[in-house]
Design a binder for this molecule. Structure first.
Ligand SMILES: C[S@@+](CC[C@H](N)C(=O)[O-])C[C@H]1O[C@@H](n2cnc3c(N)ncnc32)[C@H](O)[C@@H]1O
Length: 725
């Protein structure tokens, strides 16, 4: 590896030793504060004000650790890093406390552990809330999460963003990781798909409300392609023993094809970001140069030297070498004997016009520049429609491509498929020296991307005049101009059970006449759930916590209870508090509420005790509680109340408020239903059975099992969703 990269001259001889030393050292811990703007700022300020001042000058065994610091190039101090040993984390009570905070916030999705360099591509994508964005190789979804946050960045009241995010991954199982990662962001603008990105289908969309047919094209495309991953050495030390240069050779072709499809799907004027976590020019500049030449002047590399100015980077290369399997440098494709060309493409060599392509505009991030992992990023702008490549290739090259067509099914493609999942990268997958002889048969799709998922249930839109839509619209007082025709269900049962909401753009895609070509594995925010209960509620639909932040903006105040902190605490600490258990000041209003689902809203600005110390930060010198509003659904039964939150959501809320909570008895581990759940509910409550609406509680038991549970084994389908609900 050392010889190979020295020969590639990826940096000067003077710089090499420090680069090489950095590769051997474990990465610092980095994290990103996630979520909507106001919420993220609250968490950031907690890190800054409640923890960092206590972490300065801490030393263990004579070593002083630097306190956590914001990544200088990450906007608004929402990306952080710190570099302390495990010993220090264990021995310093201050760091132990900080570590516990990070773990707890990560569990509820407020903080995301993400490698610093992996945060760069979405930042350079420059996503605006109105943009349609395609994330071609998206799993496990850390960059998708960043993109979703950008589309929702405006937090405009009563506005569903017009932006769209299509998050795709070829591997069905990994596409479910995406669902898990993005679920907490509750975006009605997201579609998760499962395709080989190089074969992403075109669609003819349904007309929008203005009657226009918008083409299935994107303002922004991210191609964070499968790669050999050798720039992740600091995180994946097994690469030291498994690395061969053959891994990159096998990926080049796939990477070019994915990037080309991305450019085709990009609007003229739009931006596409290509990225890898590899140092190898075969996967980086060679791919970039090939696509620029195929685009024949319709695509250009953007000079981003003024963007993220604090980020240290090195320019892309304009010259590199291609090695044979046994380490010989080949000057040109034609020098390779015909029968040995299987794994080579002419596009792997620097093109004759390399000096004119501005490859120096690519970003090479090396570990020693700012103590991170390595990364490669190229940012393109499409300046004119892209004509498919054959015409832009030389005859010689076309012949070579023809020759390679069958051979590419062998070792190269095999490596490409396996290295798609870097965790599986091994020497045989990389197809390099010392590897097992590789199969020459063409790989099936299942071999490349894992078993395909089951056929998805259709997405069935409900009319605005549908009886159920009318029922919950009236009950919750939905705004007149709320788009009531954007609710959907996933199964044709007698009764609608789970109702999802999607944005207009998502609807136009799902209503395309050729939607059967797009394999959608997930979309929509769970908004309403049928609630068959024995209490005489006027509406059989309750609001799901997943959709509450959005729906709160559109429902009338009649079903919203403004509450103080102590009332939230009552709900957290008593399983089914009766009206008499709440403070007297609120009892009259609680009695007046009709039975069924309502929304409780806690506004810290209106809190009577807002300046008292938050018990959560005891000893950290921080006063005040949460800074952003809290909204959550509550069921009013005949005599008692019940927060409609699952165990994790309850705990997260209690943690933010700095109080203890009891786990809601209605959430039964393993999704048990019926008698067992009722028994558990009854056993957990301190009030007598007669006082508790156990039926209601038990019925709520299983629907909160997250969709990702299916990823563990059972397939996702509307049918199962219905059974679970
Ligand atoms: C580098 S990872 C993507 C990481 C992701 N962007 C993130 O930030 O979390 C590459 C992904 O590409 C997927 N993949 C491999 N070949 C693909 C193809 N032909 N089309 C789409 N996805 C592919 C792999 O399953 C893998 O999840």
């Amino acid at each position: 590896m050392e010889q190979y990269y020295k020969a590639q001259k990826i940096m000067s001889d003077e710089e090499w030793p420090i680069f090489w030393e950095h590769l051997k050292v474990t990465l610092p811990t980095t994290f990103r504060i996630t979520g909507t703007r106001s919420h993220a700022v609250e968490i950031r300020d907690t890190v800054k004000n409640a923890f960092v001042p206590h972490l300065a000058n801490i030393s263990v065994d004579g070593v002083v650790a630097d306190p956590p610091r914001p990544l200088p190039w990450y906007p608004d101090e929402l990306g952080w890093h710190f570099d302390v040993s495990r010993t220090l984390l264990k021995k310093s009570p201050e760091y132990t406390k900080f570590h516990q905070f990070l773990v707890a916030e990560t569990e509820v999705g407020n903080i995301s552990r993400q490698e610093a360099v992996s945060m760069i591509p979405p930042l350079l994508l420059d996503v605006q809330p109105q943009h349609w964005v395609m994330d071609m190789c998206a799993a496990p979804g850390s960059k998708t999460a960043q993109i979703i946050e950008m589309v929702h960045a405006n937090e405009q009241y009563k506005v569903v963003p017009s932006g769209l995010i299509v998050a795709n991954d070829a591997d069905y199982r990994r596409s479910h990781m995406l669902i898990h990662q993005t679920k907490r962001l509750q975006s009605p603008c997201l579609i998760v798909t499962n395709h080989d990105a190089s074969l992403m289908p075109s669609l003819k969309l349904a007309p929008n409300k203005a009657g226009d047919i918008i083409p299935f094209e994107f303002d922004r495309v991210l191609a964070d392609v499968p790669c050999s991953g050798d720039a992740t050495l600091r995180k994946n030390p097994m690469i030291w023993t498994n690395w061969t240069h053959g891994g990159a050779m096998g990926l080049h072709h796939t990477q070019v094809n994915i990037l080309q499809r991305g450019v085709q799907m990009l609007k003229v004027g739009g931006r596409i970001v290509y990225s890898t976590c590899s140092f190898n020019p075969m996967e980086n500049e060679a791919v970039v140069a090939e696509i620029l030449n195929r685009a024949n002047g319709t695509l250009e590399l953007v000079d981003v030297s003024n963007e993220l100015p604090q980020l240290k980077r090195r320019p892309g290369l304009s010259d590199w070498k291609v090695f044979t399997k046994d380490g010989q440098i080949m000057e040109k494709f034609e020098d390779i004997p015909k029968d040995a060309r299987g794994r080579f493409y002419p596009s792997m060599w620097p093109p004759s016009n390399a000096d004119n392509l501005h490859l120096e505009r690519c970003l090479r991030i090396y570990p020693h520049l700012q103590n991170t992992g390595g990364f490669f990023v190229a940012v393109f702008k499409k300046t004119a429609p892209f004509v498919v490549p054959n015409s832009s290739r030389s005859v010689k090259e076309k012949v070579a491509v023809q020759e390679n067509e069958n051979a590419m099914a062998s070792e190269g493609e095999e490596a490409a498929a396996v290295a798609g999942d870097k965790h599986k990268l091994d020497s045989s997958a990389a197809g390099g020296q010392g590897s097992e002889p590789v199969k020459r048969a063409r790989m099936t799709r299942a071999e490349r991307f894992g078993a395909p998922g089951p056929k998805e249930e259709p997405f069935l839109f409900l009319d605005a005049e549908n009886g159920d839509v009318e029922l919950f619209s009236k009950f919750y007082g939905l705004d007149e101009d709320f788009p009531k025709d954007q609710f959907l269900v996933r199964s044709e049962g007698e009764k609608n059970k789970t109702i999802y909401f999607v944005s207009e753009a998502v609807k136009n895609i799902l209503k395309s006449e050729d939607i059967h070509r797009l394999k959608v594995v997930n979309t929509g925010v769970r908004t309403f759930i049928r609630q068959d209960s024995n209490s005489p509620a006027q509406c059989t639909f309750r609001i799901h916590n997943e959709g509450i932040a959005m729906m709160r903006q559109f429902v009338s105040d009649a079903r919203v209870m403004a509450v103080q902190l102590k009332e939230v605490i009552t709900l957290l600490q008593a399983p089914y508090p009766k009206i008499s258990e709440f403070p007297e000041s609120i009892q009259e209003r609680l009695t007046a509420l009709p039975t069924g689902c309502c929304i409780f809203e806690f506004d810290p600005e209106l809190e009577e005790d807002k300046d008292q110390p938050n018990p959560r930060w005891e000893g950290q010198g921080l006063t005040g509680f949460v800074k952003s509003k809290l909204v959550f659904p509550v069921w009013k039964a005949q005599v008692s109340f019940n927060m409609l939150l699952n165990k994790q959501e309850r705990r997260s809320l209690a943690m933010r408020l700095g109080v203890d909570c009891v786990d809601s008895p209605h959430v039964v581990e393993g999704g048990a239903k019926g008698t067992a759940a009722k028994a558990a509910a009854a056993a957990a409550t301190t009030t007598s059975d007669a006082d508790v609406d156990v039926e209601t509680s038990a019925d709520l038991s299983a629907d909160d099992s997250p969709m990702v549970d299916r990823y563990e084994g059972a397939p996702a389908s509307g049918k199962e969703e219905e059974e679970t609900a």
